[in-house]
Design a protein around this ligand. Structure first.
Ligand SMILES: [Zn+2]
Length: 427
């Protein structure tokens, strides 16, 4: 365990005891040092061996040996020395390579399944999406469709030219619902109408990817992770992501870490009660934020009916068109939507004091109508807000945020323990 105020770097450097450590300690230290080196480079590409040594507190000799191992594995590569660096002897810049080390992120939502593959450096390798009615198909049919999408993606990746054979090191699936992430079980997904389904185990069995653990998590939590790592607000220690779909999900990053709660169910912002006299929610209660600002609610409020068999997301274009046409009913609906978004955002703002609340999913398409009104309402509801904090913004990651976050999460396990790649031959 780390003590308060202690960094992992300190733990590793302090771990050098005066007497010879046991063999197990050697292994643990090496593992920690590999992780440390790789994470530093993931965070700041271009560091030299000397930079790594001074930044981590490891000796120059240790860093040189670790980097050699990582280069040998194709996880790190050397760049060319820049002539711009005039002070001291220029070191060779290092960066994460690992273009053959791949993680799959999946998003299984009400009417589509999306996949996004990233490499070790977090670079997008491939993305794909299929429309799929996961409610009618049920969890068994949906997991089969997800497996087909994965296999198609793997075939496409393998058909490309590579210096090294690509290897899938992890898979994570983002589900719109409450998920027991340790067991990979979807506990309750009201909008999908699934309950107690062992999604992770079924997906793992169907994929048959040895050496690639399968993880399952909540979609908005993964989307928040993607914003924190790669979005316009990357690196912001306190941010909240609000996923606008048929339902409303939320993911909270607090102090640079996901806030998941005791059971991992934290962040269900869609069910804060914004208006006790409001409409009935999918969850059975009344006046939840989701019942006011979920896409179905907004379509109803704008007088747009969704023909049976059609998913609300396909009606989003109609809603946007009516906005552009100046349709009064749509504009009134946007006005109410802006107000209700702002009222709920102020509740979150007062509790968590984030730097920014990011609206994702369908909100992105309605930004121009909703955001100004929502910002005013948010500021009205915030205590101690002489400066406009939190900011309210829309996501730049679009509908890929959850799948991207899932892939980053799956890759985290490799960054945390690169030794697993050293220990086992690549697939
Ligand atoms: Zn509810």
């Amino acid at each position: 365990m780390l003590r308060d105020g202690e960094t992992k770097e300190q733990r590793v450097t302090e771990a050098g005891p005066p007497t010879l450590p046991a063999r197990a300690d050697h292994t643990a230290i090496r593992r920690n040092n590999l992780e440390l080196t790789l994470r530093r480079l993931a965070l700041t590409p271009g560091l030299s061996r000397a930079d790594l040594a001074s930044g981590t507190g490891l000796t120059r000799a240790t860093v040189t040996r670790l980097v050699a191992e990582l280069i040998e594995l194709g996880l790190v590569r050397e760049g060319t020395v820049s002539s711009l660096r005039r002070v001291g002897r220029p070191g060779t810049p290092l960066s994460i390579d690992g273009r053959h080390v791949l993680a799959i992120g999946l998003e299984v939502n009400v009417d589509y399944i999306a996949i996004l593959v990233t490499d070790l450096g977090g670079r997008e390798v491939l993305r794909d999406e299929c429309e799929f009615d996961c409610v009618s198909a049920g969890p068994d049919g949906s997991v089969r469709a997800a497996i087909d999408l994965c296999h198609r993606a793997i075939r496409r990746v393998r058909n490309r030219r590579h210096d090294r054979q690509p290897v899938i090191v992890g898979v994570a699936a983002a589900i719109a619902g409450l998920v027991d992430s340790r067991g990979g079980v979807v506990i309750e997904a009201p909008n999908l109408e699934w309950r107690d389904y062992p999604f992770g185990a079924v997906l793992h069995h169907g994929l048959r990817l040895d050496g690639a653990p399968v993880r399952v998590g909540n979609d908005a939590n993964f989307a928040a992770l993607a914003e924190f790592r790669t979005g316009a607000w990357a690196g912001t220690a306190d941010l909240i992501y609000v996923a606008g779909e048929v339902g409303i999900g939320g993911g909270i990053i607090s102090g640079g870490r996901p806030l998941l709660g005791t059971r991992g169910f934290g962040g269900e912002v869609g069910h804060i009660r914004v208006d006790p006299a409001g409409p009935r929610c999918h969850c059975g209660r009344r006046g939840c934020w989701e019942a006011l600002i979920g896409l179905s609610a907004v379509l109803r409020s704008a007088g747009i009916s969704t023909p049976s068999g059609t998913h609300p997301r396909t009606m989003l274009e109609t809603l946007v068109r009516r906005g552009h046409d100046g349709d009064q009913r749509a504009l009134d609906a946007f006005e109410r939507l802006g107000r209700d978004v702002g009222v709920g955002a102020a509740m979150l703002g007062n509790i968590f004091d984030p730097s920014v609340i990011i609206l994702g999913g369908y909100f992105v398409a309605l930004e121009e109508w909703v955001l100004p009104r929502a910002r005013r309402e948010l500021m009205k509801g915030m205590l101690g807000s002489r400066d406009p904090t939190p900011d309210l913004s829309v996501s730049g990651l679009g509908f890929t945020a959850a799948a991207r976050g899932a892939a980053l999460h799956a890759m985290d396990a490799v960054l945390s323990d690169p030794a697993t790649l050293l220990a086992s031959p690549l697939q």
